[in-house]
Design a protein around this ligand. Structure first.
Ligand code: ZN
Length: 148
């Protein structure tokens, strides 16, 4: 577990300082906004989907280190995945963050560091914000995704 904690801190700090895919996307096919009132995290997510595959993912907004790092990690993980693969990933991440038990580490890749957030229950919604926003973007809901 201490390895995970170290990795967690390293990855969260890195992705917060240098968020990946942190920009607007002019030719996005899907976008959604997310808001976590508990912490004040806000983000806009942009996706470019063709033939059922996510070709590009980007985001912008302002939030705490965990929400920014989670969105950054997520946009990296989405590229090249099918909608179905992304749904599975969403469920796995949700389980990792909200349930106890075995973690399917291999499947999650670098996203496994998000499991470290579970040690800080008040911050779980910061980590899930990007993923709830993703759900809205995929289902083309125009409502703002809220964690509350
Ligand atoms: Zn937050």
């Amino acid at each position: 577990m201490s390895d995970l904690r170290e990795l967690y801190q390293e990855v969260i700090i890195d992705h917060n300082r240098n968020p990946r895919n942190f920009h607007k996307m002019a030719d996005a096919t899907q976008c959604a906004e997310g808001y976590n009132p508990l912490c004040g995290d806000q983000l806009n997510l942009f996706l470019k989907i063709t033939d059922g595959i996510i070709r590009e993912a980007s985001f912008e907004g302002s939030g705490c280190a965990i929400s920014t790092a989670s969105a950054s990690l997520m946009t990296e993980a989405l590229k090249g995945k099918t909608i179905q693969q992304v749904q599975t990933l969403f469920e796995d991440i949700h389980n990792v963050l909200t349930k106890d038990g075995e973690i399917n580490a291999e499947h999650l890749g670098k996203l496994i560091v998000l499991a470290g957030v579970k040690e800080f229950p008040a911050r779980v919604k910061c980590a899930t914000l990007a993923w709830h926003t993703l759900q809205n973007a995929l289902t083309e809901q125009s409502n703002i995704a809220r964690t509350e």
